[in-house]
Design a protein around this ligand. Structure first.
Ligand code: ACO
Length: 432
């Protein structure tokens, strides 16, 4: 017997089908609600709204589970790489040897950017934030590579392998170039014998007369950070990519919207927020205990950055992995970071504090990623850019899922209007 949900509304009793996911998640299919009743659902912030059916990433926030295409994040983090997980997320399977080689060739073939685009960097004022530069430059890809961004669904899907590789490789090149140019440094180009993480570090830190060779622990730590950010189901930026993609917009346009959504401090901007918070606590001579009290008070306007998550009401599994990796990296580099001590105090205090326990507020992935990036030498204003590089496979895969639906609908939510009722313009309006 198929399951259904019964709704009693005014004098009518209506039945709606239940959709079940492969992990037994249940949803009431309300697609016909408005047509049948004139009512819509109201779910500000979409905490209860399934906006799509997806096969990419599974999260169980209560149990602290994250899986890419079925594989637990713990196993992927231990055994895989950012590029293999990008392949997994985008194409559904870990690559065979042959697929890996093809993917790497595509990435290296597409990693450079048009030289006219390079000149575009010079037009930004020195004060430009790297995220602002990244949004503009990713948006420009459609101008320089129109064959990959036609807005003709059939063509854009035919060219998907190349546009997907371009998105993943060019975001790295653009990000590093924005840092080099903003700091008056000569730009570098990716090399074919380096891994993705090694290439990024080379682009950032090499100079013509002094090539940067990343220590293994540094490139591995960066690879892990990127891998842990590679996808996270229907978060704000990924939902934005899907929303834009649902209008028929090409991959580059859709991922640019994702970059913009990521910029906010409650999403990708939180990793910067964590370091700023830790530095401020340190500068005030606090060990974290005063700050915890302020974050709890509700009217200080302060939040414990890197804590809490819309979906995880348990430990963010990525935070567990990255917390240990952070300790390993700092040990290997011999870095003594007072911010790490404060972070440990905050973590312990919050985990034992009634306020945080009652609200299920646990450390999220950003809590430690900032400390690691700082130890690697990545400037603070590049942190959210790093998140964008990491999240690219997820955005690409979600765009593809939307674009491949033969009967895909444009995303178009409704609203409950609370504004003024109809009224006439004042009679003397033109005389004023
Ligand atoms: N510090 C202190 N209190 C918090 C925090 C925090 N970090 N997060 C939530 N709360 C409190 C809220 O004040 C609220 O308390 P109340 O019930 O007394 O009003 C309660 O917990 C619920 O908070 P909401 O904002 O309703 O939770 P929501 O699910 O909407 O927000 C979010 C989740 C945005 C991540 C929030 O926890 C937050 O702002 N955290 C800090 C920023 C951060 O780390 N963001 C990264 C997110 S993960 C990522 O993008 C990788």
């Amino acid at each position: 017997m198929s399951k259904e949900a019964l709704l009693k509304l005014e004098d009518k009793e209506l039945s709606f089908p239940i959709i079940e996911g492969t992990e037994n998640e249940k949803a009431i299919d309300l697609r016909t609600l408005r047509a049948q009743t004139g009512y819509i659902t109201f779910d500000e912030g979409f905490g209860n709204t399934g906006s799509c059916q997806s096969e990419i990433t599974f999260i169980n926030g209560e149990k602290g589970i994250l899986r890419y295409r079925g594989y637990p994040i713990e196993q992927i983090a231990e055994k895989s790489t950012f590029i293999d997980s990008a392949h997994l997320i985008i194409y559904g399977e870990l690559p065979t040897e042959e697929q890996r080689t093809r993917f790497l060739v595509d990435l290296i073939k597409t990693c450079n950017i048009d030289t006219r685009m390079v000149r575009q960097f010079e037009a930004f004022p020195p004060s430009a934030h790297p995220m602002s530069i990244l949004t503009s430059m990713m948006g420009s890809l459609s101008s320089y590579y129109p064959e990959l961004s036609t807005n003709d669904r059939v063509l854009d899907l035919e060219n998907f392998d190349r546009s997907a590789a371009s998105a993943i490789s060019k975001v790295m090149t653009v990000a590093a170039m924005s840092h080099r140019i903003a700091n008056g440094l000569p730009i570098n180009y990716p090399k074919k014998d380096l891994t993705y993480a090694e290439n990024f570090l080379h682009l950032m830190f090499s100079s013509p007369n002094d090539e940067y060779v990343a220590p293994k622990e540094v490139s591995e730590a960066l690879d892990l950070i990127l891998l842990l950010h590679a996808d996270h189901e229907q978060n704000c930026s990924t939902s934005t990519v899907r929303m834009v993609g649902s209008s028929g917009a090409n991959l580059f346009a859709s991922i640019t919207a994702g970059v913009c959504a990521l910029w906010g401090p409650l999403h990708g901007g939180a990793n910067m927020g964590v370091i700023k918070m830790l530095e401020a606590i340190h500068a005030e001579g606090d060990d974290g205990s005063r700050f915890i009290e302020e974050a709890k008070s509700g009217n200080s306007g302060k939040r414990l950055m890197g804590f809490g998550h819309r979906v995880y009401k348990n430990f963010d599994p990525r935070a567990k992995i990255i917390g240990q990796a952070c300790e390993r990296l700092l040990d290997a580099l011999g870095t003594k970071d007072p911010c790490l001590d404060i972070a440990r105090n905050l973590e312990q205090a919050a985990l034992n504090d009634e306020y945080f326990i009652k609200r299920n507020l646990y450390p999220n992935v950003d809590f430690y990623s900032g400390i690691m990036m700082r130890a690697i030498g990545i400037p603070l204003d590049m942190f959210t850019v790093m998140f964008a590089i990491g999240r690219m496979p997820g955005w690409v895969a979600n765009w593809h899922e939307v674009a491949s639906q033969p009967k895909g609908k444009i995303n178009r939510p409704r609203q409950v209007f609370q504004g003024p009722n109809e009224r006439d313009l004042p009679a003397d309006y033109n005389q004023r």
